[in-house]
Design a protein around this ligand. Structure first.
Ligand code: NAD
Length: 248
């Protein structure tokens, strides 16, 4: 039987990239998966793929910037699968912009999705995870740029640093109620979030990574699977970077 047998997971941003990989792997390991995303067509195709593999999944349109949208997604997860044990705050956006270039609107949008979205996810999901008790877990997806200093994307970096500290606080807030909270810090992983990059940019990225290769979404999914599973039952408030040695 799978490593997530009996779990019911709500994965934000599950229609693409790292969220898609986590949805596929979680379902392969026995979890029933609710994918929440703005992208309905892509989300439906991930659901179809999971069902084609014999797994259980459903899609709901979720805008992580709206608390009511999160509450509806949590309620649908419980109505569909009877409970919610696992929350993956994965949805996120990226745009570049240093302190001089970033606009107030760009800043506000970034904070709304990457920071407030994670707060609202935990706020809406935690009561059900507490109800489900021991075995429940939250996995938050930050970024290596939430740990290190770097120029050129002030709002992204700040929003991801906020995810880091919220996760540590949440771990302690819920530790007596059996809900573990851990954070993953991906380095450079091949997904649509970066948009089109030139071969020169690609070479520069690879040169900055000790392993010399960018990661695959499944590299993050396997780390997430472990943290969501009962194998990690003594791990909370932890920080796991998945980055080919970048942070080392
Ligand atoms: P992606 O663009 O492929 O996937 C992000 C998903 O989030 C998309 O499906 C998008 O529709 C969804 N989303 C965006 N705004 C949303 C909203 N308001 N409500 C609901 N869903 C929304 O990118 P990805 O690389 O898979 O990113 C997943 C997470 O990993 C993000 O939080 C990102 O910051 C983080 N991350 C990625 C990398 C990387 O190298 N790919 C590195 C570090 C961190």
């Amino acid at each position: 039987s799978g490593r997530l047998e009996g779990k019911v997971a709500l994965i934000s941003g599950g229609a693409s990239g790292l969220g898609e990989a986590q949805a596929l792997l979680y379902a392969r390991e026995g979890a029933r998966v609710m994918i929440g995303d703005l992208q309905e067509v892509l989300g439906a195709s991930v659901v179809a793929r999971i069902r084609g593999e014999g797994g259980e999944a459903a899609f709901t349109r979720l805008d992580v910037t709206e608390l009511a949208s999160w509450q509806a997604a949590v309620a649908l997860s419980v109505a569909t699968y009877g409970k919610l044990t696992t929350l993956v705050n994965n949805a996120g956006i990226f745009h570049p912009g240093g302190i001089i270039d970033e606009s107030p609107e760009g800043w506000a949008k970034m904070v709304a999705v990457n920071q407030t979205g994670v707060f609202y996810g935990m706020k809406a999901g935690a009561p059900e995870l507490v109800k489900a008790g021991t075995g429940s877990a939250i996995v938050n997806i930050s970024s290596l740029y939430g740990l290190i200093g770097s120029p050129g994307a002030i709002s992204y970096h700040a929003s991801k640093a906020a995810v880091r500290v919220m996760g540590k606080g949440a771990a302690l807030e819920f530790v007596k109620q059996g809900v573990r909270v851990n954070t993953i810090f991906p380095g450079q992983i091949r997904t649509p979030i970066l948009g089109d990059i030139t071969p020169e940019q690609d070479a520069a990225i690879k040169a900055s990574i000790p392993m010399g290769i960018v990661g695959d979404p499944m590299d993050v999914a396997h780390a997430s699977l472990f943290l969501a599973s009962d194998e990690a039952r003594y791990i909370t408030g932890a920080e796991l970077w998945v980055d080919g040695g970048w942070y080392a």
